[in-house]
Design a protein around this ligand. Structure first.
Ligand code: FAD
Length: 470
């Protein structure tokens, strides 16, 4: 049986960061990747010379080591982009981040007065609990503004009512934003430019995020590491609290076993649990089965028009269409669009694996997407030239009421293995951005090299000035 120092499950940002750090220190590493392309959710798909991001991936971080890694990897192939993103709601565009003057203009004086009145009432009589997303947001913005700006999109994204989504998600993602801070920034704009810079500009690889991770993979190979594409982790063998080996299967169905001293896993934590052999105890399997994910589909379309709208992306709050968000790739990077006389869009739907959207025929999905684009006035069905559908399973860990306890059970069990470290977004069931995923990979690699970091701490006490709306 082949033996290496470390086997890494998954070649997304977390797995590649770990592999890069380890090969740099002379360790032998195999990265096992189920898909043909590296980059995980941050990969970039190519279609007839056009490049499509799965979602849109801004590169921003407060972590010095991540910035250094990104700069070292990509150098001059990073571009800086201006950001324009708006919310589409009630047949109108609202600035995002929300600007109070713009809301007043779009909703009119009467509705704006009702929003302000409702906000003051909430301040006097806040909801006593802040357990759910609905309570958390309503306490900060008032219920009326919650209904306008948060409810429909959030429910499209999560597929469950806001009253069932945990406040933790809101606290993590819209921390620092409040009704008063929105008014304050409208009246007294930030003169330092510090926050503004993060919000109005961002960095992006010329050819999309995949360019970063393809380059990281090349560097790993050059340094002697091995990446096995189209190869999935099937079984993880263990005894006496130590993982011994992993059985992997390639695209032809042939299996092989690789042993190692250490294992780092960025595959979905729920799938890691079921791959364990001997099987995990029933209560762990049951807790793991209860951890759910939200998936997402992007109908990637090429339109015969030079410019459809200036935004980098648009949040579609309108409840009358199922479309959740639109990415405009030319605005992300002109290098992504092979023919400058065309426009390339990603029309995004949030769904659950196996539901009607997930199982819809590709042509039907493309037609639905074009119909909805036309319905909201951002494109015309006859402009459609070509397109394809990409399905992204398990894109969002669902923070429902039961998840903290279920994750605790799974995490506690996995921590009994002395040489197995879960990392990353899927891998830790954590709503990580790329930088946090990368940090977990780097710290896991340092642990292999002798450090003693608590990887679960990453993300908890770090915050962005960036509000985030994925
Ligand atoms: C729509 C959307 C927009 C986003 N926008 C941003 C953004 O603007 N900025 C930002 O910083 N982050 C953004 N993110 C988050 C970012 O995509 C993730 O944080 C990042 O990709 C997570 O990296 P990871 O390595 O932890 O996991 P992943 O990227 O999920 O990689 C895990 C890898 O494991 C592989 N794998 C799974 N199972 C197996 C198996 N059995 N065997 C072998 N391999 C397996 C998968 O194929 C995958 O390649 C966004 C996410 C989404 C969904």
């Amino acid at each position: 049986m082949e033996h290496v120092d470390t086997v890494i499950f998954g070649a997304g940002p977390a797995g590649l960061a770990a592999a890069g750090r380890l090969v740099g220190k002379g360790k032998s590493v195999i990265v096992v990747e189920k898909e043909a392309l590296v980059g995980g959710i941050s990969k970039t798909l190519e279609y007839k010379g056009y490049r499509f991001d799965l979602g849109g991936h801004r590169f921003f971080t407060k972590a010095k080591e991540v910035n250094e890694l990104w700069d070292r990897t990509l150098g001059d192939d990073f571009i800086e982009r201006p950001r324009l993103s708006r919310i589409y709601y009630r047949n109108r565009f609202f600035d995002y981040p929300v600007r109070i003057q713009n809301v007043l203009r779009n909703l009119g004086m009467v509705e704006s007065a009702l929003i302000s009145f409702d906000y003051l009432r909430t301040k006097l009589m806040p909801h006593p609990e802040e357990r759910t997303f609905e309570q958390w947001v309503s306490n900060r913005f008032g219920r009326r503004l919650f209904n306008h700006f948060f409810k429909s999109y959030t429910e499209k994204l999560w597929g469950i009512p806001c009253s069932e989504i945990q406040a933790e998600w809101a606290a993590q993602r819209i921390k620092g934003l409040s009704f008063t801070s929105a008014i304050r920034s409208a009246l007294f704009p930030d003169k330092t430019g510090k926050i503004k810079t993060l919000i109005d500009k961002f960095r992006y690889p010329k050819l999309g995020p995949g360019m970063m991770y393809e380059r990281m993979a090349d560097d790993i190979r050059k340094a002697g590491g091995t990446i096995l594409p189209e190869t999935a982790v099937m079984q993880v063998h263990h005894e006496n609290g130590t993982v011994r080996s992993v059985v992997v299967r390639d695209r032809n169905g042939s299996e092989r076993e690789i042993s190692a001293d250490r294992f780092i896993s960025s595959m979905p934590i729920t799938e890691l649990v079921t791959a364990l052999s001997p099987a995990a105890p029933e209560h762990v399997l049951e807790a793991s089965r209860g951890l759910t994910y939200r998936s997402f589909i992007t109908a990637s379309v090429i339109l015969d028009t030079e410019r459809s709208f200036p935004d980098t992306w648009i949040y579609v709050h309108s409840p009358e269409v199922r479309l959740g968000r639109i990415q405009n790739f030319k605005a992300w990077s002109p290098y992504m669009v092979a023919d400058p006389s065309k426009t390339a869009l990603g029309l995004e739907y949030f769904c659950t694996e196996g539901d009607d959207l997930w199982t819809m025929d590709d042509q039907d999905l493309l037609s639905l997407a074009m119909r909805e684009l036309e319905a909201i006035g951002l494109g015309k069905a006859p402009q459609f030239v070509d397109g394809f559908v990409a399905r992204v399973p398990k894109a969002y860990p669902v923070y429902d009421a039961a998840y903290p306890e279920r994750l605790r059970v799974v995490r506690e069990y996995l921590s009994t293995f002395r040489n197995l470290q879960p990392v990353g977004r899927y891998g830790m069931f954590k709503y990580n951005n790329m930088d946090h995923s990368i940090l977990t990979g780097l710290l896991a690699a340092e642990n292999v090299l002798g450090a003693n970091h608590d990887i679960w701490e990453i993300n908890a006490d770090q915050e962005y000035h960036e509000e985030h709306k994925n």
